[in-house]
Design a protein around this ligand. Structure first.
Ligand SMILES: Cc1ncc(COP(=O)(O)O)c(C=O)c1O
Length: 360
């Protein structure tokens, strides 16, 4: 049917985001290793806070997320006044694009960068600009060379998804110092919690006027289903983002659960340690059978196969074994599979199945 109704420019260029698959036809009891979720689930304290919130479902939630921001600030040693909470860090990315990009502007991201940067840029009529990585590692020189007077936002994830690699703070600082004056560097720290001793770039945010850090409760804290993320940045930027934020963008149950989760430092430490242990075990075991991966700093590994067809065949074989991993063709990594670090038994099953696939 012909219609004169048209969406804004850019929107029809968006390819729908593909989430990780969660079932295989005809199989029960599959293990989902396709969305980088915490196999141990959330802290018991978070579950209790979520349950307790069910008695107040008739009430509107807090609009300023003050208690959650204070809790985040307390754990990370930040200024609560410069934290903003969103429905996942996806929403913070969307706020940034809404507030700072638009028609005639450019949003930079890296070759294998997270898909929501491109989607959010297009949703706001901006032009996404993709910049090469250096062997699956963020390339600061390429990003600097990709900047123009139209650049408004430069997104990097550190560690990056789906590569698992990361760059050092001095490289990030070089990037922040080198981008044009009108541009913001966004440090996406969705996996920062997995890196012992890494602040996600928070100190750099404090030292610069043009850096925003995004973080999430979806990964280490095991709350992907609740949709809570946050951003930390200079006061002038957080003020702008709060103006486009809906007043009730997070449910109270989500806010309360996130607050309990971040205060449960011992459980977060436990999850980080278990992840590192089984990630390293899985990476070593796969390397031994001819499936290498870059050193991963996150809760997944990017397993490299000999060819696109081998990766595809392995993915199909894993499915028959009830193991769902992630193909990353859309991330321009056709001969790779991204495998989330599961619990011990899941990691052992994956390695066993890939060994069988390889005929070892
Ligand atoms: C690099 C990166 N950034 C942001 C997100 C968004 O996470 P959420 O919206 O659940 O906070 C993800 C999720 O997979 C991610 O991998």
């Amino acid at each position: 049917m012909k219609t004169a109704i048209r969406p804004q420019p850019g929107i029809m260029d968006i390819d729908l985001y593909q989430g990780g698959a969660s079932h295989v036809d005809g199989l029960d009891n599959v293990i989902k290793l396709s969305s980088n979720e915490n196999p141990l689930g959330p802290s018991e304290a978070a579950i209790k806070a979520f349950r307790d919130a069910s008695y107040d479902l008739h009430r509107y939630p807090t609009s300023d997320h003050s208690r959650l921001r204070q809790a985040i600030a307390g754990v990370h040693g930040l200024d609560a006044g410069r934290i903003i909470c969103g429905a996942g860090s996806d929403e913070i990315i969307a706020f940034l694009c809404q507030a700072y990009s638009g028609e005639g502007t450019e949003v930079l991201h890296t070759e294998h960068g997270f898909g929501m940067y491109r989607i959010s840029a297009l949703a706001n009529g901006a032009t996404p600009v993709e910049v090469k990585e250096n062997e699956r590692v963020t390339d600061v020189d390429a990003l600097l060379a990709g900047c123009t007077d139209k650049t408004r936002l430069v997104f990097i994830a550190n560690p990056n998804n789906p590569t698992g690699t990361m760059i050092g703070l001095s490289e990030i600082e070089r990037l922040a110092n080198g981008i044009p004056k009108q541009a913001i560097l966004v440090l996406d720290g969705a996996y920062a919690e997995y890196v012992e001793g890494y602040d996600g770039g928070a100190a750099l945010v404090d030292a610069h006027e043009n850096i925003v850090m995004t973080r999430t409760f979806s990964k280490l804290y095991g709350l992907g289903g609740l949709r809570v993320g946050w951003g930390y940045g200079p006061a002038h930027i957080i003020d702008v983002l709060n103006r486009v934020r809906g007043p009730f963008n997070l449910s109270q149950a989500a806010v309360n659960a996130a607050e309990a989760a971040i205060k449960d430092v011992a459980y977060a430490d436990h999850c980080r340690i278990e992840n590192a242990r089984w990630r390293n075990w899985m990476a070593d075991a796969l390397a031994e059978i001819g499936v290498p991966s870059d050193v991963s700093c996150a809760n997944f590994i990017l397993a490299r196969f000999k060819s696109k067809s081998e990766a595809e065949a392995c993915d199909e074989y894993l499915k028959t074994q009830g193991l769902i991993v992630r193909r990353v063709v859309g991330y321009k990594l056709p001969s790779c599979l991204r495998i989330t670090v599961g619990d011990e038994s899941a990691c052992r099953r994956v390695v066993h199945a890939i060994r069988q696939f390889k005929g070892d």
